[in-house]
Design a protein around this ligand. Sequence first.
Ligand SMILES: [Zn+2]
Ligand SMILES: [Zn+2]
Length: 261
Amino acid sequence: MFLVDSHCHLDCLDYETQHKNVDEVVAKAAERDVKYMLAVATTLPGFQQMKNLIGKRENVAYSCGIHPLNLDEGYDFEELARLAADKEVIAMGETGLDYYYQKDNAELQRTSFRKHIQIGRELNKPVIVHTREARDDTLMVLREENVQDCGGVLHCFTEDKETASALLDLGFYISFSGIVTFRNAEQIREAARFVPLDRILVETDSPYLAPVPHRGKQNQPAYVRDVAEYMAVLKGVSIDELAEVTTKNFCELFHVDLTEK
Ligand SMILES: [Zn+2]
Ligand SMILES: [Zn+2]
């Protein structure tokens, strides 16, 4: 079996008390058949630090981008384009809109979001989109910037079935995290049942949001296995089938070839 954690913040795990180092985290993941992961950036300096910490590995890919909640410092669009052009970078982001935690800079969030899509289209790299309480604006920006040209994924999906439907119409993939296993997440489960198998990805978003049965612990890529097992039951397929299709989806979206791995 080959599972992919399509979204983790590998650089944010606790290497003081929980893990020895990145090698150990990657090994723990492999023990549970999680054999590839996408390490997602949230700032440009953070992107560089993440690359330094993790290094070049055949089972870790990178994204490059600025999280909508990290815009206070400002950043240089040219620098984003330059860093994102790196061969190891397979995606733009995470970008998007978060009006739940910050609404006073909504205009700036939209501008940054648009910029990520524009660069993604130039480089032919898909966007990883974060959205919270910003459903309409998120869809508006995606449509206006012709996101179909580079494609993308709505990560850590917490919206409803109708939003999933609108995203599918844009050619998007939908990534489900440990939230889908939470007791009060019936709306997300309804959306998960609705999204066709060939558009589903699974992720941890670690170190946040550990899935059942690891609630209260720090999340890590190994736990994407628990998300995948839960999703398999929801979709009425075997874990092997869910692993196979989500890995295939990941490869298609991000233009990576994992057949050798
Ligand atoms: Zn996010
Ligand atoms: Zn994230």
